[in-house]
Design a protein around this ligand. Sequence first.
Ligand SMILES: N[C@@H](CCC(=O)N[C@@H](CS)C(=O)NCC(=O)O)C(=O)O
Length: 223
Amino acid sequence: MPLPILYSFRRCPYAMRARLGLLLGQCQVEVREITFKAKPAEMLAISPKGTVPVLQLPTGEVIAESLDIMLWGLHKADSPAAQQLLGQTTSAQSLINELIVQNDVEFKPWLDKYKYADRYPEYSQADYFAKASTFLVRLEAQLQQHPYLISPALSLADFAIMPFIRQFTAVDAKRDLNGDFPRLMAWLTELTSTDIFQHAMTKYVIWQTGNTPNYLLGMSISK
Ligand SMILES: N[C@@H](CCC(=O)N[C@@H](CS)C(=O)NCC(=O)O)C(=O)O
């Protein structure tokens, strides 16, 4: 039985969240690491927009949005653990969705401008930091209420958002964010220390037609 194929890029936060979702959903997929300089024709043929991640199912269906890949993986798992991650109540589900939308629509564009401030001279890097921080303030407030973003238990929101907070902290690794965002920084350290994240960050050689396949195997959350 052929496996789904995931076109991925190790350092892309969207691809990271997709890999995490597939791991959490206990899905077994073939991973094809790409390079942006030479995107594989096989990937462009199924997803001409050319972004990663892209998941190609054995049925031919193509999922080319990271959040949809996470949702596919978790719905496929159909387990109590996956249900917990997806949110047990409609209010949990809507908070998960709201936080992820704020991450993707509002925070990520400010993060990109903060990271590449020299390309956006309208404002200073400090201004972009301040704009992006609005979201961090909200996450810090969430984490004051419980250990994870929406409740005492991990959810899709934690895994979908964490790669972007990690990217934000890496822009200026010398900047200490523990003073302003102590809970968020502890949360980030905890999540990036999990086996599942370490597994999601496995290094693969760039895929080429005919390569020996690399597989991502599902796993449960452990530290
Ligand atoms: N909305 C997409 C965004 C994916 C995305 O923008 N990925 C970036 C890498 S982090 C990409 O593939 N960019 C294409 C390029 O740089 O050529 C998703 O959630 O999957």
